[in-house]
Write a protein that binds this ligand. Structure first.
Ligand SMILES: Nc1ncnc2c1ncn2[C@@H]1O[C@H](COP(=O)(O)OP(=O)(O)OP(=O)(O)O)[C@@H](O)[C@H]1O
Ligand SMILES: [Mg+2]
Length: 386
């Protein structure tokens, strides 16, 4: 177990090129599991390679257990990494690939055999141990690369999209295995993924990155419920959050958002500290599961009639699309709700769960119904740009 800290880390690949990592600050506690997400090209693999020592950083420092390792060679860092590309030794068998790191560490032959047996069973590659990487499928090679890292007991694991080449069923199994393994070993881990479910379920913390900048760093729950800006809100969640552009209004002293389905209108009262928000162009954010069918009992929640445009039964729920303020809006309803296209539904929203973003900057304007600002120094390591 080890702490990992990135202190103002900058990475530039060459003079004249823009910085790929811009002043990254992250602190991961001993035994924590950090998920790193962000769009393609934002610098995730670069960050992993810098931690592993495969790339030199241009500025800042990387600390393990409070000791600066920035100048150390990769082999002295005691960090095991699974690459996005598998990087297996092509001339060695699967068994030799997995055993390689253990041999270098002078483990006894019996202990190596035991370790190879353990990880190959875990990864379901026991039947492949005598093959060479060239004789394996992409998913099999990826599992061998995992095996090579898992056979070691390093201070830190780095996983760069380790499950992306696996089929859906194996991926779900492996996800559970990784979680179990982490609960057992408690090795400090950084894990890059594009998968929404992995992002929400695997980690203790999530860092959302864009253009080499950490946009938000917090627990999965923080990131989902209290996104710092429009980018984070749009990046996490599947189906994604609905965004409805509108201008805030004031009526009888109260601030409200007016929703219009074409058939009906609904005034959404905004119980937040509203200084300066009147007449402001905003983007209202509502997750699909926050729009529900109106309950028969009068519960006082704002209601709107809207016509069903499209339905998508996914199995566990039915996605229903309606139009509000000329914007397509997805509602995630129960699987037994099976409305016809053209049918009219009465939909309700809980104004306390609606989020507001500045239409120009994308910054969060505070949670409706919650007085406090959502972004605090505690849950944002660094919050710049959008
Ligand atoms: N060796 C290199 N030399 C120059 N530029 C590089 C090098 N490696 C990466 N880059 C650039 O740095 C940026 C970040 O790349 P990186 O591979 O870290 O992205 P990523 O977030 O891992 O993307 P993906 O999700 O597609 O794997 C990209 O613009 C990429 O072109
Ligand atoms: Mg990458």
């Amino acid at each position: 177990m080890a702490t990992l800290e990135l202190r103002n880390v900058i990475k530039t690949y060459g003079a004249g090129l823009p910085d790929t990592l811009k002043d990254i600050q992250l602190k991961i506690d001993s035994g924590e599991f950090l998920i790193l997400v962000g769009p393609s090209g934002c610098g995730k693999s670069t960050l992993m390679n810098c931690i592993a020592g495969l790339e030199n950083i241009t500025g800042g420092a990387i600390l393990v257990d409070n000791a600066d390792i920035s100048g150390m060679s990769p082999k002295d860092r005691d960090i095991a990494m699974v690459f996005q590309s598998y990087a297996l030794y092509p001339t060695m068998t699967v068994r030799e690939n997995i055993a390689f790191g253990l041999k270098i560490r002078k483990m006894s032959a019996a202990a190596i055999d035991e370790e190879v047996a353990r990880v190959s069973k875990l990864l379901q590659i026991e039947h492949l141990l005598n093959r060479k990487p060239g004789q394996l499928s992409g998913g099999q090679q990826q599992r061998v690369a995992m095996g090579r890292a898992l056979a070691r007991r390093p201070k830190i694991y780095l996983f760069d999209e380790p499950l992306s080449n696996l089929d859906a069923k194996l991926r779900v199994e492996m996800r559970t295995e990784i979680k179990l393994m982490h609960q057992r070993l408690k090795t400090t881990t950084v894990y890059v993924t594009h998968d929404q479910i992995e992002a929400m379920t695997l980690g203790d913390k999530v860092a959302v990155m864009k253009d080499g900048i950490i946009q938000q760093f917090g627990t999965p729950k923080d990131i989902y419920n209290d996104p710092a800006n429009l980018f984070v809100a749009s990046f996490i969640g599947s189906p994604p959050m609905n965004f409805i552009p509108l201008r805030l209004q004031r009526k009888e002293g109260r601030l409200l958002a007016l929703l219009d389905s074409g058939q009906a209108r609904c005034e959404l009262p905004l119980g937040m500290n509203d200084a300066g928000l009147e007449d402001r162009e905003v983007i209202l954010g509502m997750r699909p599961e926050q729009i529900v069918l109106a309950s028969p009992e009068a519960n006082g929640l704002p209601t709107i009639r809207a016509e069903v445009q499209v339905t998508e039964p996914t199995g566990p729920d039915t996605l229903v699309f309606v139009t509000l303020n000329d914007t397509k809006v997805c509602c995630r309803l129960a699987p037994d709700v099976a409305p016809q296209v053209g049918e009219t539904l009465n939909l309700q929203f809980d104004p306390a769960k609606v989020l507001l973003f500045d239409a120009k900057t994308g910054e969060r304007l505070g949670a409706v119904g919650r007085a406090q600002a959502p972004v605090t120094g505690d849950n944002v390591a660094q919050f710049k740009g959008r």
